[in-house]
Design a protein around this ligand. Structure first.
Ligand code: HEM
Length: 485
């Protein structure tokens, strides 16, 4: 059968692409040396091999390949770092050259006007945004701004758990969002808040595209061009309305908007919106997922929850005398350990956030080209038996050590190096106060008919619970305490 001319042309094209690919691989291999590569397909490499979420897969690969392995994702190369030693050697100690981000033309340039900090390269623009974020989120002054909102919102959280226990995950969303919303826009979030649901749905998809090494953000992320901006513009407009009516509460957004108009900050309109959007998205989605994880752990491993309650009872009364507060922090080291173990146990950014190398580098016999992406393989690091004996088990006691007061030490869930999460203090405190009050007030029981799959409790839909759990107040006295104004 004769081949048509178009089929011949296609065949020739395929051969040319393949030969080009082989030649460039040979040239690459003569100059560079990478850690063991997972075998993949010509051209697309491992693009179809890496699942999302990739935690369990990443852990399996780490067991097979050791401290580092390499994936080819379309035209990009990504090295997975699987031990604390190599993460620290490269992303921390060599942070000066391992702190950029891969270029994402659609999500960053087209959709975000180049202004979304999380996606920015290691540039002056990133430095100046990071400085603004740091001033809002860190230091004693910042902490004292957040604490009253955290203590107010946690009262609503326990109220919501008491009255609508089957919607505990929605209550976690509202709590986390309302804290950051109050600081940024001076308004609280309600249960079932339409703006919040919209934003979290965006974050779900954004998270998939961002944290899945295989998704082509450039092709798939087109909806970002129109969705987030209106959400935040809507918030800014509503705030302007409150300002003109004299009903606005003092908040970061008014300060930033005034500062920009007085030229104190050199920010474009898009940059301002992207700062708000980053703070609200990063501030809401992370804490709520961590709190949901903590609930899963309390139901699946009741022993540690009983120990936490015994500590809380000692301080706040065996008969529900008062809710725990931040003033109790010094006397409740166990709760800080609970937060660290929550972050360690099942890191929800399961295969890390890729950092990009900005110049060629040599490490232990390997030679990496500039542009290689490096990610800390979060699940593999967390489930490493050498660092965390009986790693699948939730056991806060592993964090009762000299590093207890350093939120970043002993786990990798806030990332590392220069790109380490800038909101880690706020995130830590959100989870601390939620854990203390929820554990003090409620019992969490696993549904034996429907046991919790603790390796996969987190990537839930925004509307649907990620797992079944029975939540009951510990006693009538605890229920009465929650109802007190
Ligand atoms: C439990 C809570 C949280 C967790 C586990 C978490 C985790 C992370 C991780 C893994 C990164 C990437 C780090 C890297 O690339 O090395 C990150 C970045 C970031 N986080 Fe968080 N985060 C949390 C809470 C927050 C909060 C409350 C805020 C702000 C209100 C925030 C704001 C940010 C920002 C702005 C970045 C980008 C930093 C950069 O690219 O330079 N995070 N976070």
């Amino acid at each position: 059968m004769a081949l048509s001319s178009s089929m011949i042309a296609l065949l020739v094209l395929a051969i040319v692409v393949l030969v080009k690919n082989v030649v460039s691989r040979l040239q690459f291999n003569s100059k560079y040396r990478l850690p063991p590569e997972i075998p993949g397909w010509p051209i697309i490499g491992n693009t179809l091999d890496v699942p999302f979420p990739g935690g369990v897969w990443g852990h399996e690969m780490a067991k097979k390949y050791g401290e580092m392995f390499t994936c080819r994702l379309g035209g990009k190369t990504m090295v997975f770092l699987n031990s604390a030693r190599v993460v620290s050697d490269l992303l921390e100690k060599r942070a000066a050259i391992y702190s950029s981000r891969p270029y994402r033309p659609m999500a960053q340039d087209i959709a975000s006007g180049g202004a979304r900090m999380l996606l920015m390269g290691h540039s002056d623009r990133w430095r100046s945004q990071r400085k603004i974020m740091h001033s809002i989120l860190n230091g004693q002054q910042a902490e004292s701004k957040f604490i009253p909102f955290e203590e107010l919102e946690v009262r609503q959280l326990v109220w919501d758990y008491l009255h609508t226990p089957d919607q505990f995950y929605t209550a976690n969303q509202r709590f986390s969002n309302s804290v950051i919303m109050s600081v940024i826009f001076g308004r609280r979030a309600q249960l079932g808040d339409e703006q919040l649901t919209k934003m979290l749905n965006i974050m779900m998809e954004f998270g998939q595209l961002l944290f899945s090494p295989t998704k082509n953000i450039c092709d798939l992320f087109t909806w970002l061009t129109y969705l987030p901006k209106p959400i935040y513009q809507h918030e800014v407009d509503a705030l302007s309305d409150r300002v003109s009516k004299g009903t606005a509460k003092p908040c970061f957004a008014t300060a930033l908007i005034e500062g920009t108009s007085k030229k104190e900050f050199n920010l474009t309109e898009t940059e301002k919106l992207m700062i708000f959007s980053t703070l609200l998205e990063a501030g809401s989605d992370t804490s709520r997922t961590a709190i949901t994880q903590m609930v899963a752990a309390a139901a699946a491993f009741p022993e540690w929850a009983a120990t936490a309650r015994a500590h809380l009872d000692e301080l706040c009364g065996h008969n529900a005398e008062r809710l725990p507060s931040f003033e109790d922090r010094e006397k409740l080291p166990y709760i800080a350990a609970v937060v660290k173990e929550t972050l360690r146990w099942r890191p929800f950014i399961q295969t890390g956030v890729p950092h990009q190398l900005t110049q060629d580098d040599v490490y232990e016999g390997y030679r990496f080209p500039a542009g290689t992406m490096f990610t800390w393989n979060a699940y593999a690091l967390s489930l490493n038996e050498g660092d965390y004996p009986d790693a699948v088990r939730f056991n806060p006691e592993r964090f009762l050590n000299d590093d207890l007061k350093s939120p970043l030490k002993g786990h990798w869930s806030f990332g590392t190096g220069r790109r380490v999460c800038v909101g880690y203090n706020v995130g830590f405190n959100n989870v601390w106060i939620a854990a203390a009050c929820l554990l003090y007030c409620f019992d969490f029981e696993e549904d034996t008919e429907n046991p919790i799959d603790t390796l996969n409790t987190i990537w839930d839909s925004v509307e649907k619970p990620p797992f079944a759990v029975k939540i009951k107040p510990r006693s009538q006295a605890h229920a009465e305490l929650i109802k007190q104004k």
